[in-house]
Write a protein that binds this ligand. Sequence first.
Ligand code: FES
Length: 372
Amino acid sequence: MSDNNTGSNEPTEPGDAVHEQRQSPKRVIGTPAQDGRLLVTAEGEPAPHGAGAELDEESAKRAERVVALFFLLAALGSVGFIAAYVYAGTLGENGMHGVDDAQVSNYLLGGGMTVAMLAMAIGVTIWVRRLMTSKQIIQKRGNLYSDEPTREEFATNFLEGAGDSAVTKRPLLRRTLLLAAAPLGLAPLVLLRDLGPLPEKRLRHTFWGEAVKHAKEHGKKGVRLVVDGTNRPLRVSDFATPGSMITVLPEGIEESHHAMNDIAKAVTILINIPADRFKPVKGRENWHVNGIVAYSKICTHVGCPAALYEQTTHHILCPCHQSTFDATDGAKVIFGPAARSLPQLPLAVEDGYLIATGDYPEPVGPSFWERG
Ligand code: FES
C-alpha cells in the first residue's frame, strides 16, 4: 500500500527514524506541540524581526521615525476631520446645505477619519512588529489573592513589559502617540454639536411675555388675543358661548423676527367653561374672564398639539398618546402619560377685548423642563 505523505512504497518499522517522521504530521506555526510549547517560528529558522530581548538600535531608530510619521499623519487626519466638520456647517444658508454639499461634507469627513484611523493602525502595527521585544513569561496559576512575591514579580514584569514596548525609552513615540490620540478622541465629541445649540433660557419664555411687556410700555394692561388664522382681536362678546374653544395668539406675533418659532411656542387654546363647572385654581382666581380660560396648546408629554376638546366633559385630549386634561380644573392631567398640567395664561379685559396680562408662569411643552 502506498504512503500518501512521501509517495514512497518503502516499508518501515516502528522505531525506525523514517517511520517516526512519516507518522508525525508536520507541525504548523502557532500550533502547540505535545509538550505544550508553541511553535513561533519554523524549526531551524531565525526568530522574526523584533523578537528577542535586544534590538538593533540603528534599525529601531528608523522604525521609530516611521511610526512617529504615521502618528503625525493620524493627528493631521483627526484635525482635518474636525476642520471638515466646521467647514460643512458653513455650507448653505444657516448650515442647511443641499445634497451636493452633503456629499462634499461626507467625503471630507470620511476621508479625514479614514486617514486618522488607518495611520494610527499602521503606526501601532509597525511599533509592535519592529520595536517591541518579546520574551516568554510563565505564570503559574494560584490563589485568587496573590502573595507579596507574586505581586512584586507582576510589578517587575509590568515594568519590564513597559520597557520592552519602548514606551519609556522612546519619548518621540510617546509624544506623537499622545498627539495622535488627543484629537482622535476629540473628533467624536464635536459631533455632539449636531444636537443643536444650547436652548439657554429661550424656551422658558414665549412671545406672550415680550408682547405684554411691550403693551405695558405703551400704557396698556396687556396684549390682545388674536384669532389664529385671521389675526382678528377677540372681544369678550365674540366668545360668549359656553363650551366653545378657539386657538389664539398674541397680537403682533406675525411681525416678530422669528415668527414661526414664536407662534409654535405661544399657540394657545381659549375655552369658555360654563360657570357651574368652573373651578378656578387657587391663587389664579382672577386669571379667567367669566369662565373663559387660556391654556398652552402644546402637550406637556412630548409636545403634540392638544387640540381636541370634548364639550360635554370639558376634557382636552391630545391625539398622540391620549393624554387628557381637565379644562375646568386648571388643565390638570386626568389620564395618559403627560406629567403636568397645561400651562395657564393669565387673562383680563381691556376696552372690551380679551387680553393676556403676563407670560405663562412655567415653560410650555414637554415635561423634561422641570427636571433640568
Ligand atoms: S404628546 Fe400628548 S400625549 Fe403624548
